[in-house]
Design a protein around this ligand. Structure first.
Ligand SMILES: Nc1ncnc2c1ncn2[C@@H]1O[C@H](COP(=O)(O)OP(=O)(O)O)[C@@H](O)[C@H]1O
Ligand SMILES: [Mg+2]
Length: 372
């Protein structure tokens, strides 16, 4: 899949930008603070409807403006237009100029994988950050996952309300509370199974990639559910969750919160049994992230029969040549890649000669200097 054109208005430091992109390699260059990351962010946002570095729309909209618009023409067999309109209170998504009310219909329309400095949070950050990442990836791969997760989140919210009321000794319909818990368990089963399947896939693809770029064997991802599971069979997950809820109801009431389930799971990235979060050097952590992202490309190709659009935000500057080349070997095939850099010299010459160059200065494209 490729993004052919990008139009942005009043997004970050852009007032208005129209960009035609190359199907293969695009290099966005310019000095620091000029809007390179903002440009990638707009493409990421077009795919995911949320930013990779900001939770609120507030700072996404250009200061002093009320509304930001991002549009892109995507080609995957057939062309279609995606659009996101952001105001400070609302977000509207459109496919071919029609407003889409179900986000699930939108989110699978464009697949993006970004490599950026924020990625380190995946290892260093909280479990919530890792869940967010896996949820996003799985949602892009499967509408069913996305739907199960949003149903789950709705049920979770209601169940937590009930726990609050129980805590206050309010007169609560316990029958309904138990039915709600059953629903929650049922939605959880699918989420657990999908997460497990995804991690199993990653563990097939990742170790050789990590070995290639880091020279170390034994890389793996572990899925750590919040309840102990002997297997990911339906019955087994069901029983484990039911037991957890039955045995800890008092504690849940006391803490007014659902303590077990997919919203409490975690994932670890390891070399053998050593969690890179505690044992990995900064360099190893970075290479682990690159490995995960590269493996996603493979997973996408298998699941979706199309390559995702790859965004590389300033990742070349602190990699040595071997690592750079290893990274490029994986992405420089038949995919659309959009790379940002402050320093064109850090980019491989062969790559540079094939690329479309986009010079950004202060939220604008610098028009090509007159050919000599
Ligand atoms: N909402 C906003 N309105 C106007 N300018 C913004 C907004 N958000 C960020 N910026 C500006 O964008 C610039 C940073 O752009 P960025 O894409 O991160 O730069 P870089 O080219 O280094 O990647 C900064 O000058 C910042 O002030
Ligand atoms: Mg940047």
């Amino acid at each position: 899949m490729v993004i052919k054109t990008l139009n942005i208005q009043n997004f970050r430091n852009y007032t208005s930008l129209h960009l035609e992109l190359d199907d293969k390699i695009n290099i966005v260059y310019g000095e620091n603070g000029q809007g390179k990351t903002n440009l990638l962010e707009s493409i990421y946002l077009l795919g995911f409807t949320t930013s990779h570095r900001s939770f609120t729309s507030d700072n996404l909209i250009k200061s002093g403006e009320e509304k930001a618009i991002i549009k892109g023409k995507i080609i995957k067999e057939m062309p279609y237009n995606l659009e996101i309109d952001l105001t400070r209170t609302k977000k509207m998504v459109k496919i071919d100029d029609k407003v889409v009310s179900k986000q699930a219909d939108y989110i699978e329309k464009m697949n993006v994988i970004i490599f950026s400095s924020e990625d380190l949070d995946l290892i260093k950050g909280s479990p919530g950050e890792r869940r967010k990442y896996f949820n996003l990836e799985l949602s892009q791969l499967s509408i069913n996952y996305y739907s199960a997760l949003s149903d789950f989140n709705k049920l979770l919210k209601i169940r937590n309300e009930y726990l609050k009321e129980l805590n206050l000794n309010m007169n609560v319909d316990l029958n309904y509370f138990h039915i709600l818990t059953d629903y929650l368990v049922n939605k959880s089963i699918f989420i657990y199974q999908m997460r497990n399947k995804f991690v199993e896939k990653l563990n097939k693809i990742c170790p050789p990639i990590f070995e290639e770029i880091a020279g170390i064997k034994g890389f793996n991802v572990k899925y750590i559910p919040s309840v102990e599971l002997e297997s990911f069979d339906k019955e087994n997950i069901k029983k484990a969750l039911e037991d957890a809820y039955n045995n800890h109801l008092e504690k849940e009431i006391r803490l007014k919160s659902t303590l077990y389930g997919p919203h409490r799971d975690d994932f670890t990235f390891n070399i053998e049994n050593n969690n890179l979060r505690e044992f990995g050097s900064q360099g190893q952590q970075k290479m682990a992230i690159i490995t995960i992202k590269l493996s996603e490309i493979e997973v996408f190709k298998n699941f979706k029969q199309t390559s995702p659009i790859i965004l590389l935000d300033d990742v070349f500057s602190d990699l040595d040549n071997t690592k750079k080349n290893n990274l490029l070997k994986h992405i420089n095939k038949d995919m659309q890649v959009i790379i940002t850099t402050t320093d064109l010299d850090s980019i491989d010459e062969k790559l540079l000669s094939k690329a479309k160059l986009i010079h950004i200065k202060n939220g604008k494209i610098v028009k090509k200097e007159v050919e000599k």
